[in-house]
Design a protein around this ligand. Structure first.
Ligand SMILES: N[C@@H](CCC(=O)N[C@@H](CS)C(=O)NCC(=O)O)C(=O)O
Length: 210
């Protein structure tokens, strides 16, 4: 059983979508977090995350924190869900490149744009332009960043785009991509579970064949 430590409307929300994509049983365990935007909430002693943040998961005695680590851990642990190429597959390098790009390039560029930090900062502007260019190039070539099929990379990238759409330029390609990802049945089910209060055990709607 996988346990997700979760706070509604936070970075753990999209992890419910991911768990729905995997089609495995899981438990949602709500924890409180400090919310700097409102000053509300407090770190929860019951949260095993090293910084008392979310998301964190526990699985078979392993604790995993950080969104990208959780995604990679779970797509590797449940390869039959088809969300990430297995170790040794030819597309594995491309997959890892997108995951690292998301954490090291896209998120910083996105937050820099959201905070208005690009003006007068040519280095940040250059990084931001490169992010937009790489994204638009990938989406012009396929429905998803790795081509025709949805992967864990799309899960991270599309959810960040949906969260911070205003940080990116107007683009029909980007809008259509967000819509394609956000309307997946697992994403819709995940969104409906976000506000769950109390511990919930969720059973898969359509288990993936082992
Ligand atoms: N890089 C981390 C960021 C996690 C994060 O900042 N989570 C926020 C919620 S959106 C949180 O738990 N904040 C509570 C705090 O900062 O104490 C990840 O992607 O997992």
């Amino acid at each position: 059983m996988i346990t997700l430590y979760h706070a509604p409307q936070s970075r753990s929300s999209r992890m419910i979508w991911l768990l729905e994509e995997l089609a495995v049983p899981y438990e949602i365990r709500p924890v409180s977090i400090f919310r700097p935007m409102t000053g509300e909430g407090a770190p929860d002693p019951a949260n095993p995350h090293p910084d008392k943040r979310v998301p964190a998961i526990e699985h078979d005695g392993a604790l995993v924190a950080e969104s990208v680590a959780i995604l990679l851990y779970l797509t590797d642990a449940f390869p039959n869900a088809g969300l990430g190429p297995r170790v040794g597959a030819p597309e594995r390098g491309t997959y890892l490149t997108w995951l690292a790009w998301y954490a090291a390039e896209m998120e910083p560029a996105m937050f820099a744009a959201m905070m208005g930090e690009l003006v007068g900062a040519p280095r940040k502007q250059r990084n931001y332009d490169a992010v937009v260019e790489r994204l638009e190039r990938a989406l012009a070539d396929g429905s998803y960043v790795m081509g025709a099929d949805f992967s864990g990379a799309d899960f991270l990238i599309s959810s960040a785009l949906a969260f911070a759409r205003q940080a990116f330029p107007p683009s029909e390609l980007i809008d259509a991509y967000i819509e394609r990802c956000r309307t997946r049945p697992a994403a819709v089910r995940g969104a409906a579970l976000d506000d769950a209060s109390g511990i919930q055990i969720v059973q898969p709607v359509e288990p993936v064949a082992a």
